[in-house]
Design a protein around this ligand. Structure first.
Ligand code: ADP
Length: 340
């Protein structure tokens, strides 16, 4: 199967913010592709360029061989887009909203009627269809957005953070629906900062960080690249801080230890990659005892996509999220202070 989406060397700035520095990836026809990265990584900006809602500063975008910059209208016809947050008319019922949307796409009434009924069934929305959308929960609204994005039967469905604001019931419905959609031949591109979501759904993914692609592949190939199990340990504290480096060096001398990463965000934490199935925990406990470093906690697990992110950036996704939240809070505080 060929590539239905190709993005090459995409760049997009907002003033002096480099939202997308250099992003290239391609999506094969019929697959579920994930863009994984923390808040602020540049996922939405990439998607907005792809859907022709934003103009890139440079780079190339092709959908089914058509250039998104030269022929945005043609590209839009091939795409269904479900944005992270959508402003919908709260006074209309779900069904009325879908009918209006079908009109905007110039879908003949009879065909629209059949498609709306099918989508309402598939997304378990029938019981809500005659209620005003203003009464919907976040999950129901998202399911309606999904139906709306599929009315014109696009070749590619793009969802920005589909799980944000979803209750568990809606999440199960949406995930099953996306898998069924893929089976029926639609290509699906999702962005997410939840690694579980991308791990569960995506055939392939690109991890995005600070406007760059830092890893790309299938979830299992990326995890295999870690080359072993992950051990996370926390000590009470490293004092002085150079103790972290010397502990790292000591642990690297153990035969089964392949790599030790000092966690940048949490000063008292080390992440190790070890040969699988070794009796590693007790040997590490012994080493720390010999150094005289009190151990707070230690755990071993199979590698996850978070380890792939950590290996590339020195931070976990959760740490990066916290960083983004703190930055956002600081910005809001600054704004407020200027107002006062
Ligand atoms: P993500 O979707 O991964 O959370 P975004 O693409 O939304 O990331 O944002 C990437 C960066 O660009 C962030 O620093 C964000 O604050 C900034 N940004 C996004 N949209 C705008 C905009 N319209 N104006 C100014 N800055 C923006």
């Amino acid at each position: 199967m060929g590539n239905i989406i190709e993005i090459k060397k995409l760049q997009k700035n907002y003033g002096n913010i480099q939202a997308v520095k250099d992003i290239s990836f391609s999506v094969e026809s019929g697959e579920i592709f994930g863009l994984l990265g923390p808040n602020g990584a540049g996922k939405t900006t990439t998607i907005r360029c792809l859907t022709t809602l934003a103009q890139p500063d440079s780079g190339e975008i092709f959908v089914d061989g058509i250039c998104g910059i030269k022929q945005p209208k043609l590209v839009r016809q091939k795409l269904g887009y479900v944005a992270q947050e959508v402003a919908i008319d709260k006074m209309l019922t779900g069904k009325e909203l879908l009918e209006l949307q079908a009109d905007l796409y110039h879908i003949p009434k009879k065909i629209a009627c059949t498609r709306i009924e099918q989508l309402l069934d598939l997304l378990d929305l029938q019981e809500y269809s005659d209620r005003k959308t203003g009464t919907y929960s976040g999950g129901i609204r998202k399911r309606l957005d999904l139906a709306s994005g599929l009315l014109h039967q696009p070749q590619v469905l793009i969802l920005d953070e589909p799980s944000v604001g979803l209750d568990i019931e809606s999440r199960v419905i949406v995930w099953d629906f996306l898998r069924a959609l893929k089976k029926a031949g639609t290509t699906v591109l999702i962005t997410s900062h939840y690694l579980e979501e991308i791990d569960a759904l995506a055939d392939r993914l690109a991890i995005i960080d600070r406007g760059l692609v830092i890893a790309e592949g299938t979830p299992s190939s990326l995890k295999d690249r870690i080359g072993g199990d992950r051990i996370t340990l926390r000590v009470k504290e490293f004092s002085p801080l150079s103790e972290a480096q010397s502990t790292k060096n000591q642990l690297e001398n153990l035969s089964f230890v392949k790599e030790v990463i000092i966690n940048e965000a949490q000063g008292n934490s080390l992440n190790l990659v070890v040969a699988p199935n070794s009796n590693s925990i007790s040997a590490i406990e012994q080493t720390l005892k010999e150094i005289g470093l009190p151990l707070f906690s230690i755990s071993q697990s199979r590698p996850s996509l978070d380890d792939v992110y950590l290996a590339a950036t020195g931070r976990t996704l959760l740490d990066a999220e916290m960083e983004a939240v703190t930055k956002r809070d600081l910005k809001a505080e600054k704004k407020q202070a200027m107002k006062n």
